[in-house]
Design a protein around this ligand. Structure first.
Ligand code: APR
Ligand code: PHB
Length: 391
């Protein structure tokens, strides 16, 4: 089989890239390890930056987002006995949107189906070949167990942190940076109306907690736990008790409901460079992972794809290879900015170290809510910096 762009991985990065290429009249084939139902059901992040929303709208994917997404002016920051609202719209004139990655993925899968372009789900043994030459290809075994080969002009690895495509870049050229944080998140989805208008990020002596949401009837919560936490030790009652303690505030109560999902998420920073070698490009989690505290993972994947789609359209439609030549360096500028912001939010909000660290964290939190310039710095990063290389 022949196509112009072979895309490994059908997460938000791969699906959005396929959609933007299709809109420019460029064929692609998606090769995904999981089946389509699994891809559509995964529960992940929930916050879209203003720039991500703009991009999805311009790509014709904004209709359900406008109807079901919830626009938030900012976030609440909390520590014992105090809760403060940071108003991004007031600070920098930009808002964020609550719209689950699961919903973005469903919209993208529907668009892919409408476009009628090829996709192989439940593929195994996926490998990229000949990326140094003019005729790269992807080999895999399809859902029926048949060996397959997709020949392309470009191969893009959108296969997440565990995917194989980055390994096709020679070891001698690859550099990676990694930090594993000494804590994890216990994520909980519950059938209960949110107890807050906007997200609450809470510092607490027992550990960080986050109150997020998916809709007017579904809430999303996270609790700081240890990386080796046994989920079986967390009964629903224990979860609600911990959430009530960490979010406690006079005159405020946490509404409770049926817990429908719980899982433990590791917290890690990871960057691999370069994001391009020959005719292989990396985008999204395949190239970088951030801890979720700054809500950057999905937005960073969208920013990579915005940049990469332009570079590939310039190359494949107009024969201009200049944007492709700068893709890795340009994308990495934003990646490192978001890596720093995510590390900073994580370090400020999670219990670690000793009481000295706790005093520093509380001082930093007070500074953020007490100084317009400190609040603006958080707001600009959280609501999303301009996309380098784009308008
Ligand atoms: N072959 C084919 N596909 C693979 C392989 C493989 N060997 N390994 C992984 N994949 C697929 C995964 O099943 C998944 O569907 O690649 C896709 C990667 O998707 P994501 O992990 O969602 O990564 P990305 O599309 O870059 O989106 C980034 O997802 O993990 C969150 O926080 C992250 O929100 C961010 C977003
Ligand atoms: C979520 O809703 O899943 C969510 C929101 C904000 C974060 C992380 C996750 O920082």
């Amino acid at each position: 089989m022949r196509t112009r762009v072979a895309i490994i991985g059908a997460g938000p990065a791969g699906l959005l890239l396929a959609h933007l290429l299709d809109a420019a009249g460029i064929d692609s084939v998606l090769i995904e390890r999981q089946n389509a139902e699994h891809v559509a059901a995964r529960i992940r992040a929930g916050i879209l930056e203003a720039g991500s929303v703009d991009l999805l709208r311009r790509a014709g994917l904004g209709e359900r987002l406008a109807r079901e997404g919830m626009e938030h002016r900012g976030i609440h920051l909390q520590w014992p006995n105090e809760r403060h609202h940071l108003d991004f719209v007031d600070l920098i004139g930009r808002s964020v949107w609550v719209y689950g990655q699961t919903e973005v993925t469903k919209d993208l899968l529907a668009a892919r189906e409408r476009a009628g372009q090829a996709a192989f789900y439940a593929a195994s043994e996926v490998t990229a070949h000949e990326i140094d030459g003019e005729r790269p290809y992807v080999a895999f075994v399809d859902a029926a167990g048949r060996p397959r080969r997709v020949d392309a002009e470009i191969v893009v690895g959108c296969d997440g942190y565990h995917g194989p495509s980055k390994q096709a870049i020679p070891d001698a050229l690859r550099h990676t940076w990694e930090r594993n944080y000494p804590f994890a998140w216990l994520g909980v989805l519950a059938d209960v109306e949110p107890s807050t208008d906007e997200l609450i990020y809470a510092w607490h002596p027992d550990g960080f907690a986050l109150h997020s949401m998916r809709s007017r009837t579904v809430s999303r919560f996270y609790l700081q736990v240890t990386p080796d936490e046994n989920i079986g030790d967390w009964s629903d009652d224990r979860i609600w008790d911990n959430l009530a303690t960490r979010f406690a505030l006079d005159g405020w109560t946490l509404k409770t409901g049926a817990i429908t999902e719980k899982s433990v998420l590791p917290m890690r920073s990871f960057v691999t460079t370069p994001l391009r070698h020959g005719r292989l490009f990396l985008a999204g989690d395949a190239g970088h992972i951030v801890p979720p505290t700054g809500a950057k993972g999905l937005n960073l994947a969208i920013a990579d794809v915005a940049l990469l789609s332009r570079a590939l359209i310039a190359w494949l439609r107009d024969g201009d290879t200049a944007p492709a030549a700068t893709y890795s360096d340009t994308a990495l500028e934003r990646v490192w900015r978001c890596t720093h912001f995510s590390w900073w939010m994580t370090t400020m909000l999670h219990r670690h170290g000793d009481d000295f660290d706790a005093r520093l964290q509380l001082s930093q939190l007070r500074r953020v809510v007490g100084s317009r310039s400190a609040a603006t710095e958080l707001a600009e990063n959280y609501a999303g910096l301009p996309m380098p290389g784009l308008d």
